[in-house]
Design a protein around this ligand. Sequence first.
Ligand SMILES: *Cc1c(COP(=O)(O)O)cnc(C)c1O
Length: 408
Amino acid sequence: MAVRTAAKLDSAGYIALHEQYGARNYHPLDVVISRAQGVWVYDVEGRRYLDCLAAYSAVNQGHCHPRIYQALVEQAQKVTLTSRAFHNEQLPLLCKEACELLGYERFLPMNSGAEGVETALKLARKWAYVKKGVPADQAEIIVFAENFHGRTITIISFSTEEQYRAGFGPFTPGFRIVPFGDLEAVERAITPNTAAVLVEPVQGEGGVIVPPKGYLRRLAELCAQHNVLFIADEIQTGLGRTGKLLACEHEGVHPDVLIIGKALSGGYYPVSAVLSSRDILDVFEPGDHGSTFGGNPLAAAVAREALKVLVEEGMIENAAVQGAYLKERLQAIRSPHVKEVRGLGLLIGIELYPSAGGARRFCEALKDNGVLCKDTRRHIIRVTPPLVITREEVDWAVERFEKVLTSL
Ligand SMILES: *Cc1c(COP(=O)(O)O)cnc(C)c1O
């Protein structure tokens, strides 16, 4: 039996193959990418596109960053996987460097973002029983409407997006959902059994929702008052995306528990992590939690370099500068379809009026003009290019946005 398909196909050929054999859980744009560098990606016909999605913020450092590539290749030639049954010479260095950079005492590595969130939820529950004295199996975790934290059964159990849940019950209990941005609702939801509040500093998938000024700071204060863990899911907002290393820094907040992922590997490899204090993370004892691939030396070497280039190459400052400029230029576009342009740093959303007929057709038109974007929550175009974008590239993109938003 032939395992390989011999001939090189064109875009339509690859799309047809996927339609025939691939599972149908995504609805991608009709573009087949074969290579990429920095902010640019190229399809199999050689057409060039400016990537304004950056793999949902996993390639903040730009595609195929040469220094991360070098770290990957060097480590791949030495040892890639030891499992956590043994130590390896990369993970301890990643733990130290990430803790020092982000201001934490302990680091727990996982792979996907959803696993990072699951880890934080398990941590919060065990902390509540061991440290706070919540009666067995009574711990509650407060979450927010329109949240996005991943796709496991437990995580979709507290999603408010109907499609994420429909057909997947029964669901995990123990979560209370309150409106995002409403402090009093959180205060009312806190009980003696509340273990934690889990929050995205800016809701990404939810439509790039930036909370009111002061909200995160007061939310963190409320948590401290009630002995409730403040857990920040910075998988999308973290690592420079909003113009700060962490989005919580905009309000001077230091989360009790921090979850990062996506750009932690610069797009080379799935790496996520939970960071916290010794006091909190030490409720986990050997055997409580784990992952075969979590913390492997290849992942750790890649993540170490991904963090270094982010800081050393000024990407975080660039996100602040280019983000402010891009938002201002998008806000200046006069289009009958645009309700609002909002965001923080290079996490920007263009919300369209319902009369615009959905964001998807705009994303398709943008693609035909050389810009790749992805719609979210039906009416919102998310604009999140790699953090290495230059002012000239912002200008180039804005011209295309203007054309599409004023001609459809
Ligand atoms: C993408 C994302 C996740 C899930 O990450 P995966 O790697 O897809 O499992 C969780 N939380 C937030 C805020 C995200 O943006």
